[in-house]
Design a protein around this ligand. Structure first.
Ligand code: LMR
Length: 397
């Protein structure tokens, strides 16, 4: 049966992660996959998560299945985190959220539900976007269209191009947006641009599908929620896939949720039933551990305050690494202006250097960066910034 089955290449980000692990050199630095590292170059378990784990050890009396929708408390806490605890949408009856395996599982459940509701809807992705959006959402059966997002010359959003294209999106199509900390460009929509896209969504009747994988890593938990909160206020329909991988550091626990906002409460019930049917037909039940931890943290004042403080530390550390890298390479021999790195947000920015330069950084200096030139700023620390800057300056000479 498998004789004629061809092998497929690995996703470029995961291939780079594997190559880094296989590299036996002592001097190697991972600026590839979007995983946070602290100033010692480690990806620690957050102290608030550790504390919640200790609590869970005591409290957890069973490993019996949760329901298909996961932990109801987790779902409530996640909605309050996305929208803020006092948002009107929370008590409107128009919203339903189910726990799903990580941000990717949440995106996929959302996509499958859209496909059931509207089989001919097309999916609009910004260029560029997280490369896995294409196979992950495309294999749900969507025809994919693109709208311009980032201008690599100005290192800013191609606002005119984006709005012009979005103005032509047919009614009922889906437009994927990044809530904050845009992956891979680090360039976020301004609040004004969010407002304009909401205007267009109302005018054109397209439906935004927001990928919220980095809430709290940009400007803060509330600030990063602006687009979602405003759209939940103004639009009849909205889908959000959220993840606790980055902001709780729960990567391997696959902790996410998919949230649907519908026109009325009957539709919300129907959509939730469809989402649960999708879950049942794919993974059956979501993994519990990460969601129970998040639920414990968000439901306990002290733990929550500790987590928020830790997240703030993560956010500010990445921000300061942006400044250090910009400083370290501002006198580069090629005269390139890397000022955008300092201005952008979240884990990533494009360096905008050439493919041979990226290869040289890896082969000669052991510095791993995705071939698109996306650099994970959270892999930089006070111990390796000198080496990274020197290596880049040499490669740019
Ligand atoms: C990334 O973009 O590096 C992360 O979101 C990890 C992944 O799965 O690609």
């Amino acid at each position: 049966m498998f004789e004629t089955l061809p092998a497929v290449g690995m996703d470029p980000i995961l291939a780079l992660m594997a190559a880094f692990r296989a590299d036996s050199r002592d001097q190697k630095i991972d600026l590839g996959v979007g995983v946070y590292q602290n100033d010692s170059g480690r990806t620690p378990v957050m102290a608030s998560v550790k504390e919640a784990e200790a609590k869970l050890m005591e409290l957890e009396l069973t490993k019996a299945y949760q329901g298909i929708a996961g932990d109801p408390d987790y779902n409530k806490h996640m909605m309050a985190l996305l929208f803020g605890p006092r948002h009107r949408i929370l008590n409107s009856g128009r919203i339903k959220s189910i726990q799903a395996p990580g941000g990717s599982g949440s995106l996929r459940v959302g996509a499958e539900v859209v496909k059931r509701a509207s089989p001919n809807a097309k999916l609009w992705l910004g260029t560029p976007t997280w490369p896995n959006h294409v196979p992950l959402l495309g294999s749900a059966g969507f025809e994919i269209e693109q709208y311009p997002y980032y201008n690599p010359t100005t290192h800013q959003i191609n606002a005119d191009g984006m709005m012009e294209t979005l103005r032509q999106v047919p009614a009922g199509d889906i437009v994927l947006l990044h809530a904050c900390c845009h992956n891979p460009t680090g360039t976020d929509l301004t609040n004004e641009q969010w407002d304009q896209i909401a205007d267009l969504a109302l005018e054109r009747s397209f439906i935004p599908f927001i990928d919220a994988a980095y809430q709290g890593l940009g400007d803060g938990l509330d600030e990063d929620g602006y687009g979602m909160r405003m759209m939940a206020e103004r639009l009849p329909e909205l889908i959000i896939a959220s993840s606790c991988s980055k902001n709780f550091g729960l990567y391997r626990e696959r902790t996410g949720s998919v949230t649907f906002i519908t026109e009325n409460s009957e539709q919300a019930e129907i959509v939730a039933s469809q989402a649960m049917a999708v879950a049942r037909q794919t993974y059956s039940m979501p993994p519990a551990h990460g969601a129970l931890l998040v639920s414990l943290i968000l439901g306990d004042e002290q733990l929550r305050a500790n987590w928020e403080a830790e997240l703030e530390e993560v956010r500010l550390r990445i921000k300061s690494m942006r400044i250090l890298l910009t400083d370290g390479i501002k006198g580069n021999p090629a005269g390139f202006d890397f000022g955008h790195i300092e201005r952008q947000k979240g884990m990533f920015s494009f360096l905008g250097i050439t493919a041979p330069q990226i290869d040289r950084l890896r082969d000669e200096f052991g510095i791993y960066i995705v071939s698109s030139t996306r650099v994970n700023l959270a892999g930089i620390n006070s111990g390796n910034i000198g080496y990274i800057s020197d290596s880049m300056n040499r490669v740019l000479s």
